[in-house]
Design a protein around this ligand. Structure first.
Ligand SMILES: Cc1cc2nc3c(=O)[nH]c(=O)nc-3n(C[C@H](O)[C@H](O)[C@H](O)COP(=O)(O)OP(=O)(O)OC[C@H]3O[C@@H](n4cnc5c(N)ncnc54)[C@H](O)[C@@H]3O)c2cc1C
Length: 396
């Protein structure tokens, strides 16, 4: 980190430069609020950069569907909005469901349609037109969202950070915040590299590192960390599936890694699956051979033509998981001036633009109209007002 600019007059400090911190910074800068984004490592390289970054609208709760819709629109609009090359891959997203979850998927789809999400049910005998070479074994239902797909998570985050800077925000990498300073129940600033930046508002968006930082302000966050792996294969002479796929039937998800090459496929494991609970200090950041073999088997049983898969590499990242797998957003009652944008669990890349606008809107006193941030408050667990999801676990 170079010396910090004289930050006298900073109104808001945002801690953490993943997708949630970056969008929040941009939203505040756009509203001409003096703000500073502090990132301990590099922008968008932790959970965000390791994200599969699949974008889908198929959620269980109406307001989360609206958040996904709002975010997808933002991903689409990024070139115009932020003045950069496109980051969004509108490949479509397909959901392959077994008999167990067939009715759930049908009911969910009806709710999403009512919320304005367009999808079509795909007759099983037409699935091969969407996914050439697909084995139909075990699939009893499929739906397709033509406007969904994936985004380049690092490029998206970088675009928000650059645009925030152009609007006057300060943004620093290698700037680890070690303490949130609180006096008399209110935020007074943050400590970074021994220096104090005074401010009255802090947005905590430090992903898996948020619980430790929150504790410095006397706040406990109900977040557990799971270690998550995605594998990247070369598909050889065979083209990868041309769209994002959530194969609930196989407990896998995948997408063509378009931003990195033409015959690359990223694959991970979906819910239900065993969870590997870790801390930021004891996480093993290397891929497991057992995991690679497992996803390879699941994938080639579903797409027998992909026999020539060659491992390229993969990513190991953290899910910051809350008890109901929905994020923690907005002000913390116990500490005036402390706002949360964390607990992204397994799906908050795709909700990032909506979340940033919600968090910033609360600080600005201009709440968004598509979701109520109070439903995502930290206190919802004590109040017994948690989100429920149709499928459970990370399929929120
Ligand atoms: C393998 C994997 C696959 C995923 N797939 C999908 C998907 O397909 N679709 C989807 O929508 N979501 C997906 N997710 C989830 C999604 O990536 C996360 O919910 C989202 O990226 C969380 O963003 P964040 O900004 O909260 O966290 P992060 O990206 O982790 O950002 C937090 C930042 O805070 C920084 N930081 C930490 N401590 C400090 C400190 N003391 N001071 C300053 N900065 C600090 C970190 O370095 C980090 O850059 C996936 C996640 C993983 C790991």
């Amino acid at each position: 980190m170079t010396d910090l600019h004289d930050e006298t007059g900073t109104a808001v400090v945002i801690v953490g430069g993943g997708i949630l911190g970056a969008v929040t910074a941009w939203e505040l800068a756009y509203a001409r609020v003096p703000c500073i984004l502090l990132e301990s490592m590099r922008f968008g390289q932790e959970s965000t950069g390791k994200s599969a970054a699949i974008v889908r609208m198929h959620y269980s709760n109406p307001q989360v569907v609206r958040m996904a819709l709002r975010s997808r629109q933002a991903f689409n609009d990024i070139p115009e909005l932020l003045g950069v090359d496109p980051v969004y891959n509108r490949t479509g997203w397909i959901f392959l469901v077994d008999e167990h979850d067939r009715e759930n998927a049908i009911t969910n789809r009806a709710m999403q349609t009512a919320e304005g999400s367009h999808s079509v049910e795909v007759p099983l005998d037409e699935l091969g037109e969407y996914l050439p070479g697909l084995s139909l074994d075990g699939i009893t239902y499929a739906l397709f969202e033509e406007d969904s797909g994936s985004a380049d998570p690092s490029a998206t985050t970088a675009a928000y950070v650059s645009a925030a800077r152009r609007l006057g925000a300060y943004a620093y990498e290698h700037a680890r915040v070690t303490e949130i300073l609180v006096e008399g129940g209110a935020v007074k600033g943050v400590r970074v590299k021994g220096q104090v930046i005074a401010c009255e508002t802090v947005v905590l968006a430090a992903g898996g590192w948020s619980p430790a930082l929150a504790r410095t302000a006397g706040v406990d966050l109900p977040i557990r960390l799971t270690r998550e792996q995605d594998v990247v294969f070369h598909t050889g002479a065979e083209a990868p599936p041309p769209m994002s796929v959530s194969a609930q039937v196989d407990r896998t998800y995948m997408r063509p890694l378009i931003e990195e090459g033409s015959s690359l496929l990223l694959v991970g494991r979906g819910f239900p699956k065993p969870y590997d609970y870790v801390t930021t200090d004891d996480c093993n950041w290397d891929l497991d051979q057992v995991f690679i073999d497992d996803v390879r088997t699941r994938l080639t049983e579903r797409f027998p033509a992909l026999r020539e898969l060659r491992l390229r590499d993969g990513r190991v990242g953290l899910y910051s998981v809350t008890p109901d797998w929905h994020p923690l957003l907005g002000p913390v009652n116990e500490v005036e001036g402390l706002h949360l944008a964390t607990g992204g669990s397994g799906h908050c890349f795709k909700l990032g633009p909506a979340i940033g606008a919600m968090v910033a809107g609360t600080i600005l006193g201009t709440p968004v109209d598509y979701a109520d941030i109070r439903d995502f408050r930290l206190g919802r667990f004590a109040a017994g007002e948690t989100f429920q999801s149709t499928y459970g676990g990370n399929r929120a």
